[in-house]
Every structure is written in structure tokens, then in C-alpha cells.
Ligand binder design. Structure first.
Ligand SMILES: [Zn+2]
Length: 257
């Protein structure tokens, strides 16, 4: 890195950081995962997507938000059977994020938004948000997933009966955001039909509640749900544009609230 990136707290001096508290009252924190994404996508897929969306949101907000440190390793116990996957426990992930927040709070920030590319982080974010209501009532803590924000765009895409992790929608985002990191010559379908799943896994994939979690090595032999070969960069752009627009709109309203 040779030139300071705009909006990045890490690239500011301590004096610039002190000024940013007033000029840029929102801190954006990208959260990812370090986990298997099948034969064609890198372990950092969720972080790559979260950081790219965060970057675009910060650009749209033109200086009213700063980007804080990423959370590059997430909560991924359901993927640990696959080589390369690292996972933080729920408590460790929460503690690391909580200590980021304590530091930002100490220096004067009162609005923090986590943008997570990994659904396994959601439960920790929800419980931390609840604790913060009691512990730091004047800190406004928000978080957002990526793909589910663009559910209507994903609904219109061609995809398999079983789809999700490293499948059509996620691969599409990577083809748009980081095409050089996608091994298009290694696209292999994962689990595509409910009939490929055992009874317990079908129960885990049943929509609604009750909720049951199973490990991904039970859901899919290669770690993929869906067929990455059906993904296009155009669909990826539509998903990303939708997420960026929704999150930016939220922050605009937040700054007026
Ligand atoms: Zn992912």
C-alpha cells in the first residue's frame, strides 16, 4: 500500500482520526469468514464481498462514514471439516468485535454498522446488539448481511432447488467483484436437489422454524450448495448494487434520525 485509501481509518493519522469523529460520525466494519467455498472460490470469499460492499457504501456517503478494521475470521464451526477453514468461537468473535466497539466509543463514535458477508456471524451480532442496549445505551449499533438484503434480486436469478453457500448468488457476486479470484475452470455443482440430502439434512434445510443446524460436510460433499456454473457477473452486479443502495439509504436516514 503506497497511497492512503480514502475513508479508511487505518490510513489516517491520529490527528485525522480525531477530526473524523465529527466529520464522519458513522464507522463501517466489514466482517467475513475464513472458510471453504468449494472448488472454485477462495477461503476469503465472505470478507472480499463484505469489504467491497463497504468500500462502495463509504464512497457513496462521500466522507460521512469511515471504514474501521475488518473482522477477517468469523464463526464457521459448520465448515471446519474442510481444509483451510478457520473459525472463531461465538464468544471470541463477540469479544473481538466488542473490544473494537469499546475503542471506537472511547474516541467518540456513537454509530457503528457491521457489514457481514457471512451468515454464521449473525447470531453473535444479534446477541451483542442486545447486550449493548444495556451496556452502552448511547451507542447505536447496527449490522447488515449481504445477499439476503437482495432477496428479490436472487429470487429472479436462475438457480438450483438447493442453493446457497458458494452457489449461484455467491459466485455471481464474486464474478462481479473479484473475477480474478474465481476459478471458472473448477466450477463443479454441489448439492442441487433436496433428494440428494439425507433425512436430517432435509429437515435442516426446511424453511421456517424450528431451526436445526447440521455441518456442511453432511449437506454437500464438495462444500457447495447449488451450481456455480449458472452464475453470471451481471446477476452479481444486480445483487451488489441492490445491497449497496439499501445499506447506503439506511445510513443516510440514520444520520438524520
Ligand atoms: Zn460465503
Amino acid at each position: 500500500m503506497s497511497t492512503p485509501r480514502p475513508h479508511h481509518l487505518a490510513d489516517m493519522t491520529t490527528e485525522q482520526a480525531a477530526e473524523a469523529v465529527t466529520a464522519s460520525p458513522v464507522v463501517l466494519l466489514p466482517a467475513g469468514a475464513f472458510e471453504q467455498h468449494g472448488p472454485a472460490l477462495p477461503l476469503a470469499t465472505d470478507l472480499v464481498r463484505a469489504e467491497a460492499v463497504t468500500e462502495r457504501v463509504a464512497e457513496r456517503l462521500s466522507g460521512r462514514a469511515v471504514i474501521g478494521p475488518s473482522l477477517p475470521v468469523g464463526v464457521s464451526p459448520h465448515h471446519v471439516a474442510f481444509p483451510g477453514t478457520l473459525s472463531l468461537s461465538v464468544n471470541t468473535f463477540r469479544t473481538v468485535l466488542r473490544e473494537y466497539l469499546d475503542g471506537l466509543y472511547r474516541h467518540g463514535w456513537r454509530r457503528v454498522l457491521v457489514i457481514t458477508g457471512h451468515g454464521g456471524n449473525n447470531a453473535s451480532l444479534t446477541t451483542l446488539a442486545q447486550d449493548l442496549l444495556a451496556d452502552l445505551p448511547d451507542l447505536q449499533f447496527a449490522w447488515s448481511p449481504l445477499t439476503t438484503v437482495a432477496a428479490d434480486v436472487v429470487a429472479r436469478m436462475p438457480k438450483s432447488e438447493v442453493h446457497g453457500h458458494s452457489g449461484e448468488a455467491e459466485t455471481a457476486q464474486m464474478l462481479h467483484l473479484a473475477p480474478d479470484m474465481v476459478h471458472t475452470d473448477r466450477f463443479v455443482p454441489g448439492t442441487r436437489d433436496l433428494t440428494e440430502l439425507d433425512a436430517l439434512s432435509r429437515l435442516a434445510r426446511r424453511p421456517g422454524h424450528p431451526t436445526l443446524q447440521v455441518r456442511y460436510d453432511r449437506l454437500s460433499a464438495n462444500g457447495v450448495l447449488g451450481d456455480p456454473a449458472r452464475a453470471t457477473a451481471e446477476d452479481g452486479a444486480a445483487i451488489v448494487d441492490r445491497v449497496v443502495a439499501e445499506v447506503t439509504d439506511f445510513v443516510e436516514e440514520w444520520l438524520k434520525a
